[in-house]
Design a protein. Structure first.
Lengths: 333, 293
């Protein structure tokens, strides 16, 4: 009898040690990637199980991009961060030294496996005849966009407008400043995050046009009802590059580096790219982009490097206290 | 002084109880708050002043304290009426209404904010009637006052209610039979009795409103210089990784709130003391009895 029990205990122990190798990763992300990572996590778990025999569980955390970065700085044990802009991951490197400051060069495409752009969502029938950026500064047009000081997504919105005006005027900064000043004079509500602005526009009926990420707008238009909203694609816009990185200090402490690294690399694989495309993010892979070309409107895209240098420069010049956004905003009052 | 305090109590354990109280308050309140001061002290005096006196910060103090004051005043007035009705009258559904008063306590503030915004937005139940009249409620300062009034509702009602319950109906009848008219009964007999409790309720409602964040951010529109409350400004600074700036504003809020609460507490002690003195003059026997005791 005792032997039998010992035998069972031994088997149980062996199975726990041998087969129960279970890795848990925490992916700290921003708001509109919920649907993307729901699909991607399931696909990666399957891929990893086949490849290594290891079970992997991925926990997700979503919220405003800067808020999420702050949680990681303050000690949230994220193995991976997938945030809306490189500046937020820079902040984790600078303030908490959890990863090296050259993190962006460690993965292809500046560590940005999928991209998006900034477009407009208007009410059905486009009653205000909004076609391009210039229509947003017309008197009487009410524009909904979140506060670029609190929302990472809104900083892309702002830079898209800035870039449009800057390029149109052939690089005249005073014209660009004038443009964003008029644009924000037309904004009646400044929500603190992108999802808040979507709610204000969709549910509260505020505003004539919502400046939104393409993936949010496509998701919104396709799932909230095509009969209520229309997508308007401006002539040019910015290439939004959400960034991803492994958090070195955390993965080394937890011993999860190999899995975390593979998790991010798999995002660049054909399967990963296809999942991103299905969730309306523009894939980097030319082949996958071609396959899904129909769903992505044709926009001339410029990058942040074309109009504002890198994120640190953009942050200091536009969004820091006393920066251009503060100046044009106070002048409007 | 200490000796006197000791003598008054029949039960032993003054030292232990006081020690426990000090420890408890330190752990819960003093230590976290002093951390705020410590963080803010990383700024030089000039930097600190520059942050806390900026145009945007001053506009937010005015809104936060102004709207909280208005909301607490509304609650003081209507809270007294609600408490009076709930204590003095019997009507069907009284228990239900009584529990409704506590709802703003229990409801997550975000839910309250979203619900109020839905109702007062230009396409909401109330908003669609107010908007044509040119009254913008959601996304304006009025919206902030509405949200703060909602969250502060229970305080005055719940502090005044027990006092009114203790106040015998006979007192009013006595006043009437001694020739006081209705207004005199209310102003000279009832109000002095409930005033200290009402002031406590007022200061609690005010304090709660000053610190309120969750419900306001949904309804206010969050426009800097116009509808941005101070707690939101603090969060905004945090989102920009400006920890020192956020704590500087927090220190201003702390000091201002503490000064206001202290003033109200002193006012309340004064009105309570005046009441006791008035009673002592009117009813010498009671005073003597209390002195003897």
């Amino acid at each position: 009898m005792i032997r039998k029990v010992c035998f069972f205990v031994a088997i149980l122990g062996a199975s726990l040690l041998g087969f129960g190798q279970r890795v848990t990763l925490l992916n700290v992300s921003y708001d509109p990637t919920r649907e993307l990572f729901q699909d991607y996590n399931a696909a990666f778990a399957k891929y990893w199980k086949v490849k290594t025999g290891q079970d992997v569980t991925i926990q997700q955390s979503h919220g405003g991009s800067s808020k999420q970065a702050r949680a990681v700085i303050d000690g949230l044990d994220a193995d991976i961060v997938t945030l809306a802009l490189a500046y937020d991951i820079d902040a984790i490197a600078d303030k908490a030294h959890l990863l090296p400051s050259n993190w962006q060069s460690r993965l292809p495409n500046n560590s940005s496996p999928y991209t998006s752009t900034i477009i407009f969502l208007v009410r059905k029938g486009n009653p205000k005849k909004i076609k391009d950026w210039d229509d947003l500064i017309r008197p009487g047009v009410s524009v909904i966009t979140p506060n670029p000081k609190t929302s990472g997504g809104a900083r892309w919105n702002y830079l898209a407008a800035w870039g449009y005006a800057l390029r149109k005027s052939g690089g005249d900064e005073s014209k660009a400043r004038d443009f964003v000043s008029k644009l924000f004079a037309n904004v009646p509500v400044l929500d603190s995050g992108a999802r808040g602005s979507t709610t204000t526009f969709v549910e509260r009926g505020m505003g004539d046009v919502l400046i939104a990420w393409e993936n949010e707008a496509l998701l919104g238009a396709n799932e909230l009802g095509k009969e209520r909203f229309e997508i308007v694609v401006p002539s040019t816009s910015i290439l939004c590059e959400p960034s991803v990185s492994v958090v070195d200090r955390v993965v080394d402490k937890k011993g999860t580096r190999a899995t975390a690294q593979a998790y991010l690399e798999y995002l660049y694989s054909p399967e990963g790219q296809e999942i991103a495309a299905k969730r309306y993010y523009r894939p980097r892979s030319a082949a996958v982009l071609k396959k899904y070309a129909a769903q992505f409107p044709n926009v001339k895209l410029f990058t942040i490097a074309d109009i504002a240098g890198d994120w640190k420069q953009a942050q200091a010049k536009h969004f820091a206290d006393g920066g251009i956004f503060d100046q044009v905003y106070s002048a409007n009052q | 002084m200490r000796l006197q305090l000791k003598q008054k109590s029949i039960l032993p354990g003054f030292g232990l109880a006081l020690g426990f109280t000090v420890l408890y308050l330190s752990l819960l309140v003093l230590i976290p708050l002093s951390a705020t001061f410590l963080k803010a002290s990383s700024l030089s005096g000039q930097q600190f002043w520059h942050i806390v006196s900026s145009h945007r910060a001053v506009a937010s103090y005015k809104l936060s304290f102004g709207a909280s004051g208005i909301a607490a005043t509304i609650n003081l007035f209507f809270g007294l009426i609600v408490a009076w009705v709930l204590v003095r009258y019997n009507f069907p559904g009284k228990r239900l209404f009584d529990s409704l008063v506590d709802l703003p306590f229990a409801l997550p503030t975000a839910v309250a904010g979203i619900a109020l915004t839905t109702i007062y937005a230009p396409n909401g139940w109330m908003g669609r009637f107010l908007a044509p009249l040119g009254i913008q409620t959601a996304y304006s300062r009025l919206g902030v006052v509405i949200a703060l009034t909602f969250t502060g509702l229970p305080f005055v009602v719940r502090t005044v209610q027990p006092v009114l319950e203790d106040l015998d109906k006979e007192v009013e009848e006595a006043a009437a039979s001694l020739g006081a008219d209705r207004w005199q009964t209310i102003i000279k007999v009832l109000l002095p009795a409930v005033l200290p409790a009402a002031l406590t309720g007022f200061s609690m409602a005010f304090a709660r409103a000053v610190g309120e964040y969750g419900s306001v951010v949904f309804i206010s529109g969050n426009m800097p210089l116009k509808t941005e409350i101070t707690p939101l400004l603090i969060i905004t600074k945090l989102e920009q990784y400006d920890y020192a700036g956020a704590t500087a504003i927090a220190v201003v809020m702390l000091v201002a709130s503490f000064a206001l609460l202290l003033t109200i507490n002193l006012l309340q002690a004064w009105s309570g003391g005046r009441l006791k003195r008035a009673h002592a003059n009117e009813l010498p026997e009671t005073a003597e009895f209390e002195a003897a005791r």
